[in-house]
Design a protein. Structure first.
Ligand SMILES: [Zn+2]
Length: 248
């Protein structure tokens, strides 16, 4: 059977382990959100690239349509010009000539539009190339960040496993009743159930305990709780003699 001093030391150890475990678990719980932030960056770059690619494709589609129509319209003008020689009356000749002029003007403006689209496409292609590079950089950075986060997860899991093993060792030294008390206080007191008393100050609530209780603590033969914060308290000097007291 462990002595009371050993039990208190085990509680102290348990407290340390539980606080560390809590911190590690909090870190693990935060990993998905951090992963999402990293992934959002590459998604954003991909969205910008895709949107720009769609612009370029729409430009090319429009230009192809114009070129197809233009080829047909030019053929039509050629046919009409061929037909001019066969026309018998000046009136018909004038009418067809006018049609040809109008068609040529329309074709010229369509041809200009096609050239403008070609110029715009040149610019769009350059910008797309830049966005492609930005995307590839973002993908590389994301891959590296995700790998680092995964390493962090693996390390945290390993730490947690070690802490779980250590916890079992500490729990074995504490009887079930005391362990139950510890767990109860831990739930109600923000995870801290055990506090050393340094001088006459409880390190859990930073208030002084009555002088009589200080004397009782020196004896290390009973489990006492702080009258103010209700945590299990022990005299740091009596339980861990020769160890410098914990800093505030
Ligand atoms: Zn206290």
């Amino acid at each position: 059977m462990a002595s009371l001093r050993e039990k208190l030391k085990a509680l102290e150890e348990l407290q340390q382990i539980d606080l560390e475990s809590h911190e590690v678990r909090t870190g693990l719980a935060g990993l998905p959100a951090r992963k999402a932030v990293v992934e959002a960056k590459v998604l954003e770059a991909r969205k910008a690239y895709d949107a720009h690619k769609a612009l370029l494709e729409s430009n090319e589609r429009e230009r192809r349509q114009i070129e197809t129509l233009l080829a047909m319209e030019r053929d039509k003008v050629k046919k009409w010009e061929g037909r001019l020689g066969e026309i018998k009356t000046p009136r018909e000749y004038a009418a067809l000539s006018r049609e040809i002029d109008i068609a040529k003007k329309t074709n010229e403006s369509q041809s200009e539009q096609s050239r403008a689209l070609t110029d715009a496409a040149l610019q769009l292609r350059l910008q797309l190339e830049q966005k492609g590079e930005a995307l590839s950089d973002a993908e590389d950075a994301t891959e590296a960040s995700l790998a680092a986060l995964e390493q962090e997860r693996i390390a945290a899991e390993a730490t947690l496993e070690g802490l779980t093993g250590r916890r079992a060792g500490a729990v074995a030294l504490v009887d079930p009743e005391l362990l139950g008390k510890y767990e109860n206080i831990r739930k109600r007191r923000a995870g801290v159930a055990v506090s050393p008393v340094v001088g006459s100050t409880c390190k859990g609530c930073h208030r002084n305990i009555p002088p009589q209780l200080s004397i009782v603590l020196q004896r290390v033969d009973s489990i006492e709780t702080c009258p103010n914060c209700h945590r299990i308290i022990y005299s740091a000097a009596a339980v861990n003699p020769g160890v410098p007291p914990p800093s505030p």
